[in-house]
Design a protein around this ligand. Structure first.
Ligand SMILES: [Zn+2]
Length: 692
């Protein structure tokens, strides 16, 4: 998969799998979302704007360097679809389905000239070192210069990166991308003095400067965010010690990654067709969904049992990570690891705990889903290894690119004419690289990093319903980037990660509603609804289950309880049994499931997965209001799409019409879920008792 913008991001060796986080590291945030059993699709959110990078990354492990921030300004969203054969010659793909990168730079030579100029300009930043606190004018001069360079850097990066992605075999273009990574690193080094100087200047001085210098107005939010963190910033000497601890602090995650990706002896099993398959991380995602029940049971048992044999090692790496997070939280005077992590994006702890409590309260809805799955699969007893078997047949709908465009345009009609007109432009003016070709990067993403140009989208359209949904999804990101870039000055345009998947899933929600209105065939309806339901399951319930496990694990450490492989296995099994209603006979959670936690890389990115659930809920809640025809709700949502990163994420969403500090978003999502299940049960009721 997938790198996002910067080259610091490494293309991982794995194929898609719901839980497998790539080596997207440093500044990139990743979100992957299960999209149902037919094709686990994931999303990697590249860092979206500097506010995002700054806000979302845990500052405990290491401070965001300028490099990360600079490259993070390249907004990238990647959603990777299951790998597809790509055999087409790019030269033979019609122009109208290829993006037009000439909107960024007319030629590679023009890019080269701009890059050389930027490289020559970067050292200018040094002249501002030591001046920031001297006057409001000096501060404005420095920030204006820095952001101007940053904007150019992003634009250069986007061009090189998109070019490299359209044919990954082209080493010249890949070389251009690597040049940009190096340049970004150099920019990072040259501007690393800024935040420490701002922190030393202090909140009062910064506020006085903002009040007296109109040019600082667009930096007021950024300066406030820096000042907000002052209470958790230490003396220069102490900060240096923490920074020097960085390489040590990454050891647990590195050991985990090497063990999982390189050294682990993944088991091989023989399937019912006589074929022997090795169950590594990449293969597991598909193998656990095998339609043959005995096969998938064998796969799951073999995989988790093999992990369990290494529970002492996995427990040790996990303990190292948990202790690391606790160490930095304590060093920075936070009350808990959770508080420290969420403070990076200024998200209240209650948003996290409310999610966990709320989902627990709504487990009956989840159990209804599990009973429905059991009924559709025609089983006497549902087991954990039945959870990924295809629920219903795949949606047998085929679309041309033109039909996809029309269907998406129809679906987003509730968002008004400007929204639709902009989508028309995206197709007509070639913002989209739509069709697969040989060498093209797999998956899909939207990149809004060329601030004064327009967003670009990479898609591998194969004509299935899922592809149309991907188009709607990526257009959601694109519209948010487009409207935010248009409405906000560059320093405020990048939207934070916490809100980034809202616009995309919002569009998917509109799409399915719109498509269902035109489809009368029960099988197709059932498949579409089933898909949607799987999405809710994978995003809401499974990710919250992970979030709860993570929370309890860190709490155990805070109480001084040992974090061992055995302790974690017990914790994981208990939580999983609760979620899946094992005691009530709803779904049997076999004992080897206790080791599932150990292969999930997200736990090395502290308190991260809950955002899958929160952004899904936010989008469901907002979509429910807009679909109900509430004009005010629509206008608020459109303003949100233009708001970029001008506020903290919780405030952005509150303005949009959903308060993440209340139960409303979850309640609305559960309501939608129940409605979907009502309809599925109505369809099933018309059929013979087996449900098949
Ligand atoms: Zn996405």
């Amino acid at each position: 998969m997938r790198t996002c913008a910067a080259a610091v991001v490494v293309l991982g060796p794995h194929a898609a799998g719901e839980d497998v986080l790539r080596d997207v590291d440093l500044m990139f945030f990743t979100i992957d979302v299960s999209r149902g059993s037919h094709a686990a699709r994931q999303c990697i959110l590249g860092a979206l704007g500097r506010a995002a990078a700054r806000g979302q990354r845990s500052r405990n492990a290491c401070k965001i360097t300028r490099m990360k921030r600079a490259v993070a300004a390249v907004a990238v969203v990647v959603c990777s679809v299951a790998l597809v054969a790509q055999e087409r010659d790019r030269a033979r793909v019609p122009e109208q389905y290829k993006w037009n990168l000439a909107d960024i730079y007319p030629t590679d030579a023009a890019w080269r000239a701009a890059k050389d100029k930027l490289a020559a300009d970067l050292p200018q930043m040094k002249q501002f070192a030591g001046t920031l606190a001297s006057s409001a004018t000096a501060l404005a001069d420095a920030l204006d210069r820095e952001y101007a360079l940053d904007k150019e850097l992003s634009k250069l990066y986007v061009y090189a990166s998109l070019l490299a992605d359209q044919d990954t075999r082209d080493s010249q273009h890949e070389g251009m991308r690597q040049e940009m990574t190096q340049l970004a690193a150099s920019f990072g080094a040259q501007t690393s003095f800024i935040e420490p100087e701002l922190l030393r200047a202090g909140k009062a001085t910064l506020e006085r400067f903002v009040a007296s210098e109109p040019r600082l107005k667009i930096y007021a939010f950024y300066l406030d965010d820096v000042a907000r963190r002052a209470a958790h910033t230490l003396t220069a000497d102490e900060e240096k010690i923490l920074a020097d601890a960085g390489p040590m602090a990454s050891a647990p995650a590195n050991a985990f990654t090497i063990l999982s990706n390189a050294d682990f002896p993944y088991p091989t099993v023989t399937l019912s067709d006589g074929k022997a398959v090795k169950i590594d991380q990449a293969a597991f995602g598909d193998l656990r969904a095998l339609p043959n029940r005995a096969d998938r049971e064998k796969v799951m048992a073999a995989f988790f049992t093999a992990l369990g044999a290494f529970r002492r090692t996995y427990g040790t790496t996990m303990n190292g990570e948990v202790q690391k997070v606790a160490f930095f939280a304590k060093a920075r005077h936070y009350g808990s690891s959770l508080e420290a992590s969420l403070d990076a994006a200024n998200i209240p702890v209650s948003v996290y705990t409310r999610l966990v409590d709320g989902v627990n309260r709504n487990l009956p809805a989840f159990h209804r889903y599990l009973r429905l799955r059991k009924r559709i699969l025609g089983l006497d007893e549902l087991h954990y290894y039945d959870l990924y078997a295809p629920l219903v047949g795949s949606v047998k709908l085929e679309y041309t690119p033109e039909e996809a465009q029309r269907i998406v345009l129809d679906a987003v009609a509730p968002l008004g004419q400007e929204y639709q007109a902009t989508i028309r432009r995206a197709f007509k003016e070639r913002w989209i690289d739509l069709l697969p070709n040989e060498g093209k990067r797999t998956g899909a993403y939207s990149n809004g990093g060329a601030y004064d140009v327009h967003p670009y989208m990479l898609i591998n359209f194969m004509g299935k319903y899922a592809d149309v949904s991907t188009v709607a999804h990526e257009l959601g990101h694109t519209m948010q980037s487009y409207f935010s870039n248009k409405a906000q000055p560059y320093p405020l345009a990048g939207y934070p990660i916490f809100v980034a998947e809202v616009a995309s899933t919002f569009n998917e929600s509109l799409l399915i509603d719109s498509v269902l209105k035109t489809i009368k065939d029960d099988d197709t309806r059932l498949a579409l609804l089933g898909n949607y339901l799987e999405n809710i399951k994978g995003t809401m319930f499974r990710q919250t289950q992970f979030a709860e496990f993570e929370l309890r694990m860190h709490e155990m450490a805070a109480k001084g309880q040992p974090i061992t492989g055995d302790a974690l296995a017990k914790l994981y099994l208990d939580i999983t049994k609760k979620y899946y209603g094992d005691a009530q006979g709803i779904c049997k959670v076999d004992d080897y499931i206790a080791h599932e936690w150990s292969y999930i890389p997200h736990f090395y990115r502290d308190f991260y997965v809950f955002q899958y659930a929160t952004s899904f809920m936010a989008s469901e809640a907002l979509a429910a209001k807009v679909k109900a025809g509430d004009q005010g709700a629509r206008d608020r949502y459109l303003r949100f799409l233009s708001a970029g990163g001008s506020k903290y994420p919780i405030d952005l969403l509150r303005d949009a019409g959903v308060d993440m500090t209340t139960d409303e978003p979850l309640d609305l999502t559960i309501k939608t879920m129940n409605r979907v299940m009502d309809e599925m049960e109505t369809i099933l009721a018309k059929r013979p008792a087996t449900g098949r």
